[in-house]
Structures are given as structure tokens and as C-alpha cells.
Design a protein around this ligand. Sequence first.
Ligand SMILES: Nc1ncnc2c1ncn2[C@@H]1O[C@H](COP(=O)(O)OP(=O)(O)O)[C@@H](O)[C@H]1O
Ligand SMILES: [Mg+2]
Length: 149
Amino acid sequence: MERTFLMIKPDAVQRNLIGEIISRIEQKGLKIVGGKLMTVPQSLAEEHYSEHKSKPFYNNLIEFITSAPVFAMVVEAEDAVHISRHIIGKTNPSEATPGTIRGDLGLTVGRNIIHGSDSVESAKKEIALWFKPEELSDYTETRETWLYE
Ligand SMILES: Nc1ncnc2c1ncn2[C@@H]1O[C@H](COP(=O)(O)OP(=O)(O)O)[C@@H](O)[C@H]1O
Ligand SMILES: [Mg+2]
């Protein structure tokens, strides 16, 4: 089993899309092992997006992500990183395929609904950055025998 970090961004929280997005994640088969609504401290936002520090959109991105609450989550599945990036869709919602979260719910790259870790390595880093170990639950869902061979 693999875990990844997902974050419903302030635009989607403000648009009351938490339920819609979590519903898609649950229906796909991903197991939610941690989740919380939180206002992101400046330092956490900067650390999370440190790889983009030199980009022209960096300041706006930090301002946006700290502007209102986000809903942070850890989800678990076989191949969780790849599968969740796939159902999230391309970074720019104008290019994201219909049927994906960004393709169905977003319009522009600066308001693209949700974050998902892009590799197993960054998932590990991001989970440790956003969640304390005791905020994550290990448990079995009865549906698992119907999701996996
Ligand atoms: N050209 C851009 N203009 C404005 N914001 C951008 C742009 N590119 C990326 N972003 C923002 O920065 C975030 C991080 O970028 P990136 O890691 O490339 O995408 P992803 O979130 O798909 O992994 C994006 O989700 C988006 O919110
Ligand atoms: Mg990224």
C-alpha cells in the first residue's frame, strides 16, 4: 500500500466543493487515513512550495494558499500517487480532461482546485510536513477485498 498527500485548495473550499471532491476520491477506492480543515501558516506554505520559489507565480501562489482554509488529506491505495494525480488531471484546468477533478471543476491554473503529491518521494515528504503520525489512522475497510485481487 502507498500513501499520498492531497490538499483541497482555498478556491474549492470556498466553492463548497469539499464533499464533491472527497466523494470522487472515496468512489475511486482511495482510503482516507487522515484529514483536516486548516488555515495554512506562511512558513508551511513556503516549505510546501519551495521547489517553485524562483517561478513568477510563486508569490501569488503563497498568497492564495494562505488566504483561506484548505482541506488537507492523506489517502492510501495501491499506486496511490499515480492514481490520484490521474483523477486530479493536468495542472491547468483548461487542458485537464473532462472527468478529472480539475477538468470538471476548474477554469484556470491559478485556481486549480486541488494539490496532489507528484512522486512517492514527495508524498513522503509532504505527509511528514502536513501531518503528525498520530493524526493518521491505520485501519482496514471491508470493501478492500472488492477493490483488490
Ligand atoms: N503558470 C502558472 N500560473 C499560475 N499558477 C501556477 C502556474 N503553474 C503552476 N501554478 C500553481 O502552482 C501549483 C504547483 O505547480 P506544479 O507543481 O507545476 O503543478 P501541480 O499542482 O499539478 O503539481 C499549481 O497547482 C498551480 O496552483
Ligand atoms: Mg506539483
